[in-house]
Design a protein around this ligand. Structure first.
Ligand SMILES: *[C@@H]1O[C@H](CO)[C@@H](O)[C@H](O)[C@H]1NC(C)=O
Ligand SMILES: *[C@@H]1O[C@H](CO)[C@@H](O)[C@H](O)[C@H]1NC(C)=O
Ligand SMILES: *[C@@H]1O[C@H](CO)[C@@H](O)[C@H](O)[C@H]1NC(C)=O
Ligand SMILES: *[C@@H]1O[C@H](CO)[C@@H](O)[C@H](O)[C@H]1NC(C)=O
Length: 381
């Protein structure tokens, strides 16, 4: 039963918050025309049971100072046909921002460069170090999940004021895909069970920690899951096809910040540590124990965490990432903030300040509930 199986389960929620809205009201319409472009990742080749987990630097991405409105991605074959998830499980894909020292030749061999030639430019938090620091990224739920950020908001990129002197902004893509054609245990392969991959050491050659029975350490790039004997199935070329919508930046757009929460987050942040140790913040994955038959409460494993946001703002968009067997995810919030009303004069939009609007700044404790994340997407703003 899927809900009770053991193995790694990734679960995190992505939230986008907007800031600097108190006291002023931007136009709810963004006049700029929405532009759209579809790009292909570099090719990767998968055969039955094989795994691809690679990082591509300097990918195609909208350039200039723009606001991203949506981001969709899916795996396609070399004539552009979408590949069904029961053949290629898209474990996750991630798009992250980094700064590269100007004037460097492109080279995917990162070992040839000084670390200072690259600066990771993470999202706004809240995990430790660079953990879950991406801007965009989901997994197999990407298909048909709305990623649209409504007006007047957008995700600001390409702001030269934010790029460190002597560097330029670039984008990095990580695709982790598992070919489950002919798998002996399809679910086990997507859960990265170490026995099915015959893995005892991680990708750095380090022995797995005792009790580690499944997860990302067992299905790294070029590992192979167990396939039925005599199963044919050709190797084939695949791509991540991603479509980005954006508008040119202007002052009527309210920038939104990206936060990622991990349900395994302990809330602890060790001094300077960016590691994934159990004592330090976001774990990225965790085991769901088998439920015993004696346990009659539905064999549902629920995990909760409670975290404090470093800053306040409006929730503009939220989405959850979960793997096979995941039944749902809910975000609850208790917000203590100085409330400002959005005052809209129906016949014209007025620039509001606390003075010409209502006397509406006062501390308010507000509990908002049941922010169900996909399959439902909700907006609060
Ligand atoms: C599993 O790995 C071990 C050690 O690397 C190897 O000796 C063995 O042949 C592998 N088993 C299979 C079924 O591939
Ligand atoms: C935390 O790390 C910084 C920089 O590495 C160091 O200067 C400081 O003393 C550390 N603080 C503690 C409490 O360890
Ligand atoms: C709320 O606004 C008041 C007055 O401007 C200010 O003193 C207070 O610090 C604010 N509280 C928060 C939580 O921002
Ligand atoms: C709304 O705007 C119209 C047109 O500018 C103005 O005549 C009207 O008085 C405004 N209403 C309020 C309540 O401010």
């Amino acid at each position: 039963m899927a809900l009770c199986s053991q193995g790694g389960l990734l679960l995190f929620a992505m939230l986008i918050l907007a800031f600097n809205v108190s006291g002023t009201l931007a136009s709810p319409e963004i006049g700029n025309q929405i532009k759209s472009a579809t790009f292909l990742s570099p090719e990767f080749v998968l055969g039955p049971g094989s795994v691809e987990d690679r990082y591509y630097s300097n990918i195609d991405f909208p350039r200039g100072h723009v606001g991203i409105k949506s981001f969709k991605a899916e795996v396609v074959d070399d004539i552009g046909n979408p590949i069904p998830l029961h053949e290629t499980y898209l474990h996750h894909w991630v798009v992250a921002k980094y700064y590269q020292r100007q004037g460097m030749a492109e080279n995917n061999d990162k070992h040839k460069f000084q670390p200072s030639d690259y600066l990771f430019a993470g999202n706004s938090g809240i995990c430790q170090g660079d953990v879950l620091g991406q801007y965009f990224g989901l997994g197999s739920e990407t298909r048909k999940t709305d990623t649209h950020v409504p007006n007047p908001y957008a995700i600001e990129i390409g702001n030269l004021d934010e790029v460190p002197e002597g560097y330029e902004e670039k984008w990095l893509l990580n695709v982790h895909a598992i070919d489950t054609r002919g798998a002996v245990d399809r679910l086990g392969c997507t859960e990265c069970r170490c026995d099915l991959y015959n893995i005892t050491v991680d990708k750095h050659g380090q022995p797995l920690r005792p009790g580690y029975i499944g997860g990302l350490r067992c299905c790294y790039d070029q590992t192979q899951c167990k396939v039925q004997q005599g199963y044919g199935g050709a190797r084939r070329s695949l791509y991540l096809r991603y479509t980005v919508e954006w508008v040119d930046w202007d002052c009527s757009i309210i920038p939104v910040k990206i936060f990622i929460f991990d349900v395994t987050d302990t809330g602890k942040r060790l001094n300077g540590s960016t590691g994934l140790g159990p004592e330090n913040g976001c774990q990225v994955e965790y085991n769901v124990e088998s439920c015993s038959s004696a346990n009659s409460d539905g064999c549902i494993d629920a995990k909760r965490t409670s975290l404090t946001m470093p800053i306040s703002g409006y929730v503009i968009y939220g989405v959850a990432h979960q793997h096979t067997g995941g039944a749902g995810s809910t975000l609850y919030g208790e917000v203590i903030f100085n409330l400002s009303f959005r005052c809209i004069n129906k016949s014209r939009i007025i620039k509001m300040t606390a003075q010409n609007c209502c006397p509406c700044f006062f501390p308010l404790r507000l509990t908002w509930t049941a922010f169900s994340l996909p399959p439902h997407i909700s907006f609060l703003h």
